[in-house]
Write a protein that binds this ligand. Sequence first.
Ligand SMILES: *Cc1c(COP(=O)(O)O)cnc(C)c1O
Length: 424
Amino acid sequence: MQFQNSLAFAQKMDAEDKLHKYRNEFHFPQIKGKDVIYFTGNSLGLQPKTTQGYIDEVLNAWKKLAVEGHFHANKPWWDYHERLAAPLAKIVGANAEEVSVMNTLSVNLHLLMVSFYGPTNTRYKILCEEKAFPSDQYMLQSQVRFHGLDPRETIVEVKKREGEHHWRTEDVLAIIDEIGDELALVLIGGVNYYNGQVFDMKTITIAGKSVGAHVGWDLAHAVGNVELELHNWDVDFAAWCSYKYMNSGPGNASGVFINKKYLGQDDIPRFEGWWGTKKETRFLMNPNFEPMDNADAWQISNPPILSLAPYLASLNLFEEVGMQALINKREKIVAYLEYILKEIDKEVDGSFEIITPKDRGCQLSVFLHGQGRSLFDYLMNNGVISDWREPNVIRLAPAPFYCSYEDMYRFGQILKDGILTKRA
Ligand SMILES: *Cc1c(COP(=O)(O)O)cnc(C)c1O
């Protein structure tokens, strides 16, 4: 498609966009009395207008029924979480039984490593990407130390090549091959938070498993953003948070995927609690743990219903729209943003550079030459919420659920004015 850097063209794109109306389903913050251009759906998604109703429903049931709400609320609490599994399974490409919602992301990855990282004398290494999200680095280091090992000899990082901004799949595969029998676990962020790169999860999963390692994915930036086929790729486990592209609210509950082949086992290493035991016998309160035969076996506590409610609100919107429609719009709107950036870059004579590779989801990371933080502040003052990462990168994620083509055009104009003003 031949894009144009004009308001009329952007508005025409919006008029033809079937998802455009969903913009009205979200609350937008305002700056100087106007809805912002929101580029940080990769950090905290906007609040759906239906969210409040889902939370109120729980509060009202608690108010009117108190403990009886566990079994007699309109959506009873004791199995409330089960409503989330099927829609989530569609989003991550899994069977509903392979998906559960519990805790928060870093906690869940720790719990999953209890099951999937059991180092031996000969097989103990973990492969991850260089400069992984800090929480992932801390998780891996502390897991390794917990097993009495030295992170420096245990964690192997795949590096980017000198002068390049992305990881190459061939380099990941070469290291997997090299570590071979010593590799216990591959755990990588499926979409990198910094440069927006989508890893070739299928190929890397196959490679990791072929040398006998477990393969897990941190899908914080992938879920609700890119196509996932966790079951078909034969991924062992994965976890994600729900507050980024999933729009479920700050710090909200995490989802997990556990491959079907590990379900229904009672001898798998796992930290257990009463919500993982068979629900039919749970309230007999007997001392024997009998695991649920789905991923809920990893649930420890009874889940926080006030967190599940906004997650369910958001999942119902995803159900209505469908991942494929979101992916289709995402590809188009990100391509349009890229086009706008390149046009503006020409007009202002090479002030910045896109460092996100072609394998990308919703996010474009832009390296600013010369002008840093002050330009970012200019954007914010002029109604653009984006995200700043040291040393000189702004991250722009036009979430297809609620961003418009007009937003992209207007952003380009603000960016240009900002660069020219700062330069003057
Ligand atoms: C956002 C993010 C997290 C956040 O973890 P929490 O436990 O939800 O605080 C972890 N890992 C990655 C890769 C992320 O992008």
